[in-house]
Design a binder for this molecule. Sequence first.
Ligand code: DC
Length: 220
Amino acid sequence: MLRIAIDGPSGSGKSTLAKAVARELGIIYVDTGALYRTVGYYVYSVGADPHDAHLVESLLKNVDIELKYVDGAQRVILNGEDLGDKIRMPEMSMYASAVSSIPAVRAFLLEMQKKMARENSVVMDGRDIGTVIIPDADLKIFLTASNETRAERRTAELICKGVKVNYEDVLADMIERDKNDKNRDIAPAIPAEDAIIFDNSAMTVEESLKEIVRLVNERA
Ligand code: DC
């Protein structure tokens, strides 16, 4: 069993890198941000305020989330519907960030994530993987990059998906979301004490992948 935790802020390149590491090692990639995005999407779809903790908590009984793997790619199924890229819209990032600071939401998604990591060799990415979900991971990486690099990557990614955005808005949204994620009371997005801080601003995906595989081999 091999369990790798990759945490870090949005746009740090977590998902691209985690996917590549999982492919290279032949293990499952779990994108935990997708789970928070799915709860956020549900709250949005019923027109509720994502900051209203009591209301959001009361809605959770109507939320059934399932993770599926189709050709190795993770799909999130909400109440029987495959949400596809609907959860990737910039608005959903804010909904996800808002609901992720509600303790009941984190508790709701906790066991599902722990179970995935208990039963499979995984590369899991998120904000609290090394601190809460897999505290005994074989390797913990906290991935960072400069704000500008992260906003450039996020803008390019969204434009590629056909979403109309501009760099300034993406940068401002990202800074606000980082602030929410880092300063929340529960499971704040901060590195585990034993995480390796990995700044990949000046690195290509191939270089970062090589370095992480080297670290995995060193630990194994
Ligand atoms: O990684 P992402 O951008 O898809 O995550 C969306 C939001 O979900 C992010 O703003 C914070 C939250 N999140 C979290 O609190 N804990 C995780 N393990 C993953 C994501």
